[in-house]
Design a protein around this ligand. Structure first.
Ligand SMILES: Cc1ncc(COP(=O)(O)O)c(C=O)c1O
Length: 451
């Protein structure tokens, strides 16, 4: 009997022993191929020596300093390196605010947007618009912006009610297009919902729009058509609403670009980072404020009334510096972009299984939507928990993938995410596909036995 508060107290979890590259071992001697980088975190793989060394070196100098008293060289270095990666139109005067993870980054971004508006005399702006089928984190502010009914349900009475618009979900477009909708008109209609909401709220009351460049956990790697993000940017600019890109999952190479919106040449006002920033070596996140936002503070009180004890933690930032340096030295972001085709060519072959309804994503962030009927796109009965069945079957083959459900309406809809570390070899990538095929085969058999 353990004293550890497990995510699910009725489930047994293996105890992790060690990990190297894309392989993870438990204390029972089982070995797993990390097909999802944990929860899309370990972008650089496990046991990277330069990152371990950087952590130890920082530890041997100083482990902790509070940002009300000191700044550390590792925090200064990391800020400089990440800001240097941001696009033109964002970079000049931009600054990085460090956190300990994605939810803290989202909380910080929302409060930063609000504080900026107060500083610049726009105190009426309070409403944060987000999207359905989204995930922005577990804390109350981030969950208030999240559009994932199952994750919100128990907490609804304590969440702030705020408007949500539709995401672009090309596989299940409202126009009812067969296949995957590529209609520019549909894509633009989704973006234009934002304008309708701004007008309904009174644009002078709207603080920010927050969204994931490519939707991760809530929609299984759904990316919009080319017209969406430029149009969203146009609408936010028109009404003076800040655009917050939640790049916690998509940032720093996961979708084959420095930042998610780079794929569309769109410049947000604020960027949230987490996960891949330290590649999981330390709890670390960041909020990048564009030059314009920073100027709003600098030209007024200069104070952002906010803070976490562990913000800018020297050891976490040292891990971040080493991770960002490793990315650059091995040219990994460009490699993800170049190898996207290799991953998707393999995944496309899985369409031979009738339950594979859609294969989608960008870079090394891919999603497979599972359906009962491929022609009608009818989803599985949610009670069957098919995405969980597939993840369990994959685990039996020694493969880790990331399941998700409720993608259609909060209840129906199953998908899994495949998102390997950027350092995976071609052979290991093939091994993911082989194991995933075995897992799909066994789910087909299991479902057939239930009929
Ligand atoms: C897009 C996005 N935002 C925010 C978060 C929350 O990050 P964390 O779990 O590190 O708090 C996640 C986590 O999955 C995420 O995918």
């Amino acid at each position: 009997m353990s004293s550890f508060f497990y995510r699910n107290l009725k489930r047994a979890y293996p105890v992790i022993q060690s990990a190297k590259g894309v392989w993870v071992s438990d204390t029972d001697g089982n070995s797993y191929l990390d097909g999802s980088s944990g929860a899309i975190v370990a972008n650089l793989g496990h046991g990277v020596k330069p990152i371990n060394d950087a952590i130890c070196q920082q530890l041997s100098r100083v482990a902790f300093a509070h940002t009300s008293q000191f700044v550390s060289q590792s925090a200064l270095d990391l800020a400089e390196r990440i800001v240097a990666l941001t696009p033109d139109g964002f970079r000049s005067g931009a600054r990085a605010y460090f956190t300990s993870g994605g939810s803290e980054s989202v909380e910080t971004a929302i409060k930063m947007a609000r504080a900026y508006c107060v500083e610049t005399g726009q105190s009426a702006r309070t409403t944060v618009v987000s999207r359905r089928n989204s995930y922005h984190g577990s804390t109350v502010g981030a969950l208030s912006a999240t559009g994932h009914p199952a994750r919100r349900r128990p907490y609804l009475p304590i969440l702030k009610a705020q408007p949500q618009v539709s995401p672009v979900y090309q596989y299940r477009c409202r126009c009812g297009n067969e296949g995957v909708c590529q209609s520019p008109a549909c894509t633009i209609a989704c973006a234009d919902e934002l304008e309708s909401i701004f007008l309904a709220e009174g644009p002078e009351n709207v603080l920010a729009f927050i969204a994931e460049p490519v939707v991760g956990a809530a929609l299984g790697a759904a990316a919009p058509g080319p017209q969406y993000w430029p149009r969203v940017r146009e609408i936010c600019t028109k009404y003076g609403v800040l655009l917050i890109a939640d790049d916690v999952m998509t940032g720093l190479g996961r979708v084959g670009a420095n930042f998610g919106l780079d794929l569309w040449g769109v410049v947000p006002d604020v960027i949230c980072l987490g996960k891949g920033l330290s590649s999981g070596y330390m709890p670390l996140g960041a909020v990048l404020a564009s030059g314009r936002i920073v100027e709003g503070f600098e030209c007024n009180s200069g104070v952002f009334e906010h803070g976490f004890t562990y913000s800018g933690h020297p050891v976490a930032c040292a891990a971040g510096v080493a991770a960002v340096d490793f990315l650059a030295e091995h040219n990994l972001i460009a490699q993800v972009a170049a190898r996207e085709a290799e991953l998707f060519a393999g995944l496309e072959q899985l369409r031979r299984f009738d339950l594979v309804g859609d294969v989608r994503g960008r870079g090394f962030l891919s999603g497979i939507e599972l359906v009962r009927n491929r022609k009608s796109k009818e989803p599985f009965d949610p009670d069957l928990r098919v995405s969980q069945l597939l993840a369990k079957a994959a685990l039996k083959t020694g493969l880790l993938i990331y399941p998700g459900s409720g993608s259609i309406d909060g209840t129906n809809g199953d998908h899994v995410i495949v998102a390997p570390p950027f350092t995976i070899s071609a052979e290991e990538l093939q091994e993911i596909l082989i194991r995933l095929s075995v897992a799909l085969e066994s789910v087909v058999t299991e479902l057939a036995a239930q009929v």
